[in-house]
Design a protein around this ligand. Structure first.
Ligand code: 2DT
Ligand code: MG
Length: 213
């Protein structure tokens, strides 16, 4: 792994509304990749373990109040502080399966009314994913699954705005997966999409690129 020139791991991002199944699918995907003898790690943003992540967590649990721009920049900072490690891991041949990334950053902040271009600016220069898989489910169906916690943003009305934001920022490279299917069907589709991407990156002909492109 990672010894052939240019060979590297893939940066795979799962996006979607709350309760779309991202976290379960990320876990299943990493297990699958490991079963295929592919070195893989599960990452998630926000990473609540860092100092910045603790500020984010306090905001999400309504323990602290922050200006919309301020929290947006903290979410970005939380990715910037992980950027170097991310690059090191990818170059050493490890595939990263990431539960939310810059797209959540832009979708959630712009759903609050912030300008999309302003939201993107703090993400420019972060590593661009090799694949974005969007777990597609309507806000209503996601809400019916229950299990919204008490966190900020976990409300149907706001999730509807986030769904609109995702529609505004997605591009043709995104893979949309119907997330209302049985969990095993979603899992199978993701495996097929992801294995191709991992194989391409292993071949070493696809250099890492940067957001926002
Ligand atoms: P989780 O429920 O996945 O822990 O996310 N969010 C996330 C943002 O507003 N901006 C970001 O950059 C990221 C990564 C989405 C907690 C909430 O944080 C939102 C839901
Ligand atoms: Mg959540």
């Amino acid at each position: 792994e990672g010894n052939k020139k240019g060979s590297r791991g893939a940066l795979v991002v799962l996006e979607g509304l709350d309760r779309s199944g991202k976290s379960s699918q990320c876990t299943r995907l990493v297990n699958y990749l490991e079963g295929q003898r592919i070195s893989a790690e599960l990452w998630r943003f926000p990473d609540r373990n860092t100092d910045v992540g603790k500020m984010i967590s306090a905001y999400l649990t309504n323990t602290s109040q922050l200006d919309d721009h301020t929290i947006h920049l903290l979410f970005s900072a939380n990715r910037w502080e992980k950027r170097l490690l991310m690059e090191t891991k990818l170059k050493s041949g490890t595939t990263l399966v990431v539960d939310r990334y810059s797209y959540s950053g832009v979708a959630f902040s712009s759903a609050k009314g912030l300008d999309i271009e302003w939201c993107k600016a703090s993400e420019v220069g972060l590593l661009a994913p090799d694949l974005v898989a969007y777990l597609d489910i309507s806000p209503e169906k996601a809400a019916e699954r229950g299990g919204y916690g008490g966190e900020r943003y976990e409300k149907l009305e706001f999730q509807k705005k986030v769904a609109e934001s995702y529609k505004a920022i997605h591009d043709v490279s995104w893979k949309f997966v119907d997330a209302f299917q049985p969990i095993e069907d979603v899992e199978k589709q993701l495996q097929e999409i992801v294995i191709d991407c991992v194989t391409e990156c292993q071949k070493g002909k696809k250099p890492l690129s940067l957001l926002w492109s």
